[in-house]
Design a protein around this ligand. Structure first.
Ligand SMILES: Cc1cc2nc3c(=O)[nH]c(=O)nc-3n(C[C@H](O)[C@H](O)[C@H](O)COP(=O)(O)OP(=O)(O)OC[C@H]3O[C@@H](n4cnc5c(N)ncnc54)[C@H](O)[C@@H]3O)c2cc1C
Length: 448
């Protein structure tokens, strides 16, 4: 593992001069922004990618590294199937080892109810030709023989993959830069320049770029950025804690989760660990504003989220974070270059205890690093990928809701075609911005 998590101490890798004009400006250097810029660049479109901190400094390096089709929302599945193909292709093109391995994803079940839930996804997988299958108790034990307890069964998708996020997204950015994308780290987009009702430029902390097209792929900061322009999306962010062990004997080469523990083998022989589905929401003005929209998600998993009264200073939904600013003054985006929340201590203890209980042969669990990330969550657990209705020239690509790493290159390709007005090849209706304001009921997608 490289020094982790990424902080401002990480040297700046990309510092192209700010161009005066660019056909497209992409705001946010996570996996979505990087791959969007890459695919736009491949169409000979001039693209500038702005990152306020470091490429992949936030969610895109802090995630578990699962690239999964398994358990996806039915409308995301075609995009993630494309993403799987693109990951293979891009891994070759990067010319660096990003740790991409096809080692499968498995969900373990303790109850018949969980098995019945898995069976629902199996039908969706079959329609799309994904190799997901259900395992009985014996097959589950044979798949991961080192487990000290038996499970009712499992759902597994052998074609699912893993990669090392902190390596992969930076490598994709280097590929994009080699192919001509202008990437500027440590350069926040402060606001859009809007003339005659449409995008005419982007104001950055280094000055203005003229453009007719902007993509906001700003992860947990997106709703703050958009709201300053009168565009409202019900996006909140929740903290999730992760731990990493040092090298250990191999117990399984893929990624596995039950409701208590999730683990994934890393390229360096360690395991990335997390607890199944617990997160913390820092309550702020947006949490109140959008509370009713999140009720279905809360009812589906009432104990999955706990609440803290206030976010740390400067966070997107902190009580004191300014909601308006001018183009010539410091914006909230440059005050926190990298969201680096402290991991939750009790979550770390739970992770260690659960992993040790499942693999009793290990005397100790050699935790060598821990971190947390702020997941940008939508009420229905699927993203917004759409042209903004209010501002021509603006495209929104956000709210990946805890599963945007795997689908990243697929969404990047989709967004690049959305910007160009091309045929997308997938139905994006589910991801439309208007679903939260046109009276549509919240249709909850799967959370893991
Ligand atoms: C703990 C954890 C585990 C996860 N596990 C998985 C997993 O196993 N598999 C999976 O598929 N997904 C997983 N995810 C989700 C996945 O990491 C995210 O969905 C994905 O990385 C989102 O990518 P993004 O590009 O939309 O956002 P981000 O990676 O958050 O990138 C947004 C970027 O925009 C920048 N930015 C914001 N505002 C501005 C501005 N005004 N100007 C310039 N730059 C700006 C930020 O600095 C940031 O770098 C996990 C997430 C977390 C936190």
């Amino acid at each position: 593992m490289t020094s982790f998590p990424f902080t401002e101490a990480l040297p700046i890798q990309f510092q192209a001069p700010l161009p005066k004009a660019s056909e497209v400006v992409v705001i946010g250097g996570g996996v979505i922004g990087v791959t969007t810029a890459l695919f736009l660049g491949r169409r000979n479109i001039s693209v500038t990618l702005l990152e306020k901190g470091r490429i992949a400094g936030e969610q895109s390096s802090r995630n578990w590294g699962w690239i999964r089709q398994q358990g996806r929302d039915a409308d995301e599945l075609p995009v993630v199937i494309e993403a799987q193909r693109l990951w293979r292709q891009l891994a070759e093109e990067c010319g660096e080892d990003i740790g991409l391995r096809q080692a499968g994803v498995t969900y373990l079940a303790r109850t018949d109810k969980e098995m019945a839930g898995f069976a629902k996804f199996l039908k969706i997988a079959e329609i799309h030709g994904v190799d997901t299958r259900l395992l009985d108790q014996g097959e589950t034990a044979r798949l991961i023989p080192a487990m000290s307890r038996s499970f009712k069964g499992a759902m597994t998708t052998p074609s699912d993959m893993r990669a090392e996020p902190w390596v992969a997204v930076s490598a994709l950015a280097r590929l994009a830069a080699r192919e001509g994308v202008t990437i500027i780290e440590n350069c926040a987009a402060r606001m859009l320049d809007i003339s005659a009702g449409r995008v005419s430029g982007v104001w950055t902390e280094q000055g203005r770029i003229a453009t007719s097209s902007a993509v906001v792929a700003s992860g947990a900061w997106t709703s703050l950025f958009l709201r300053a322009h009168g565009v409202s999306i019900p996006q909140l962010s929740v903290r999730a804690t992760v731990a990493a062990t040092g090298p250990m004997p191999e117990i399984h080469s893929g990624a596995v989760a039950d409701e208590h523990i999730a683990f994934r083998r890393r390229q360096d022989g360690g395991y990335t660990l997390a607890s199944g589905g617990t997160s913390q929401l820092y309550v702020g003005p947006d949490a109140f504003r959008h509370a009713t929209k999140f009720v279905p998600a809360l009812m589906a998993n009432p104990f999955g989220t706990s609440y803290l009264p206030a976010a740390p200073r400067g966070y997107p939904d902190s009580w004191s974070t300014p909601r308006r600013w001018n183009a010539d003054e410091e914006s909230p985006f440059e005050r926190i270059r990298i969201l680096n929340p402290a991991p939750k201590a009790s979550a770390l203890r739970d992770i260690e205890r659960e992993f040790a209980a499942l693999f009793t042969q290990f005397k100790t669990v050699p935790i060598k690093a821990s971190w947390a990330g702020m997941i940008d969550a939508m009420p229905d657990v699927v993203p917004v990928v759409d042209r903004a209705a209010e501002i021509p020239g603006l495209v929104i690509a956000t709210g990946m809701s805890g599963h945007g790493f795997g689908i990243g290159p697929g969404m990047g390709r989709v967004v690049s075609d959305l910007v160009q007005g091309n045929e997308i090849g997938h139905d994006l209706h589910r991801f439309r911005q208007s679903r939260f304001s046109d009276g549509s009921p919240i249709k909850l997608g799967p959370s893991l």
